[in-house]
Design a protein around this ligand. Sequence first.
Ligand SMILES: [Zn+2]
Length: 233
Amino acid sequence: MGLLKRVNRIMDIPMCTRCGRRPANYYRVSSGERLCLNCLFKSIEDTVLWTIRKYRLISNGDKVGIAISGGKDSLTLMYLLGKFRRQGKIPRDVELVAFSINEGHPYSCFYRMARVDYVQKLSEEFNIPYRVYTFKEIFGVTASDVAHGLWSRGGINVHMCTIDGVLRRRAMNIIGRQLGLTKIATGHNLDDEAQTVLLNVLSNDLDRFAWFGPRPEVDREGFIPRIKPPSFR
Ligand SMILES: [Zn+2]
């Protein structure tokens, strides 16, 4: 028995259930597995690629916009799509571009995102152009302007997050049309999907199930199809 394994046994650190060679760093509630970082990353990579292939999310000639929220999921997605294209696991002629949307108020997701530097690094490494768009340049107003407009009419109780959400979805379509995107990829994962289902049920909004799954069946004029490669993670 190797020294590391012996130390782990003495310290009672569980080993990775996949490789059995390294100590586990992560407990996956959905499967009950304990994984080392190597096996965790490998399993995420495999699942995302499996989802892309099974649902034919990306094909020849696609121009895919990657929506970067700054969270770990969107960064992982950008990294994986760049890597898959380089390896030829998705067609090499697929055009990838990444973008973020700055809502323009201090509570916006954009300001919570601390990893612009990392996005720049990925952008250079995988040759994926990256740009930040602001609500102001897209709509001529910020989300705060919209909120104050609504609130000043009195009695309209709309949460900032709702305004951001609605405007962000509209902004994505506008950006998509400007860039000639055929698809927009987001980092939504299984947790997000579970949340969506629960919210839809709670608010009795069953039409919104059209948004569910790795390839939502929503087809409207001017709507750029969304794909969610990590949705089975
Ligand atoms: Zn392992």
